[in-house]
Design a protein around this ligand. Structure first.
Ligand SMILES: [Zn+2]
Length: 65
């Protein structure tokens, strides 16, 4: 199973090797104990390459002019 490293939105502590798929994105910070759902954050990360490809196209178009 894949694990994720997630920074706590409350204290910023980096929680490593979390099984987010098993908990549906919920994680408990090992430092401050705050329970948060972070699934939306890693869904956004999956979509990032799409935006990067768009930006790359604009950069290439600008470079041709
Ligand atoms: Zn925390």
């Amino acid at each position: 199973m894949k694990t994720y490293d997630v920074s706590c939105p409350c204290c910023g502590h980096r929680n490593k090797d979390l099984y987010l798929e098993e908990t549906e994105g919920w994680m408990e910070c090992e430092k401050c104990g705050e329970v948060t759902q972070v699934s939306k954050h890693f869904e956004k990360r999956v979509k990032v390459p799409v935006f990067r490809m768009e930006d790359l196209g604009k950069v290439m178009a600008a470079g041709l002019i």
